[in-house]
Structure formats: structure tokens, C-alpha cells
Design a protein around this ligand. Sequence first.
Ligand SMILES: [Mg+2]
Length: 133
Amino acid sequence: MQPKALIKDIMLVEDNKLNQRLMESSLKKFGFRIHVANNGQEAVEMYKKDPKRYDLIIMDIMMPVMDGFEATRHIRIHEQKIQNRVPIIALTANTFDADREKCLSQGMDEYIAKPLDMNKLTRAFHELGLTEK
Ligand SMILES: [Mg+2]
């Protein structure tokens, strides 16, 4: 990734197995360590086990069991107890859930439309101050 990212551990939350594999492999090529969660509930459980492990969460919105908005709310509530904040980038499939304001009001920091590509991700990283200047 150019410019160089300042982070290493990314939690990728996505219910679609094919998307998971595609995103995981492209992110790994850039040297990130990827931790996959299959839905929002898994993401919250993984996060609570080791809240400071993840430098970034990339969160799909539409997922079974628990969606990305609810998972984000749980994570943000938990963070208040531990004084630590992880950036969350929403991954949106269509214009219905691509409403930036909704993502931001639910505690997400940025959003990118699917399909994920490294240009969009680089831009989001830059916005969040996760790349070298
Ligand atoms: Mg989904």
C-alpha cells in the first residue's frame, strides 16, 4: 500500500465467504494481519476477548445474526470502559446502507462501497490518519 500504512492487525467482518477470501487475500498482500469474523456477533466476541489487539475493523453492514451497526454499537459501548478506540470502516453493499451519515451516527468512522479495492481503502486510511504522511 502506498503510502505506507501505520497499522498491522485488521479485523475483517464479513458474512459472505467468497468476499471474505477475496478481501483477506488482497489485504494480506499488503502485509496486514487479518482476523476474520463471520458476523457482527462473532466480531463483538473477538473484540471483547482482546480489545486492544485490532488496529482497525472493516465491518460489513448486512449480516445475519447481528448486523454491522449493532456490532459497532456494542464495541463503542465497551470501549468507554477501557479508554481505547478502534477505527471502524463500514463496508456497504448498496446505496440503501451506503448512507454516510447513518454509518457515522452509528459510531463508524468511514465507509467504503463494495467491492473493496485498495484505492478506496487507501483513501479511507488517509482520512483516518492511518498512513504515513
Ligand atoms: Mg453481508
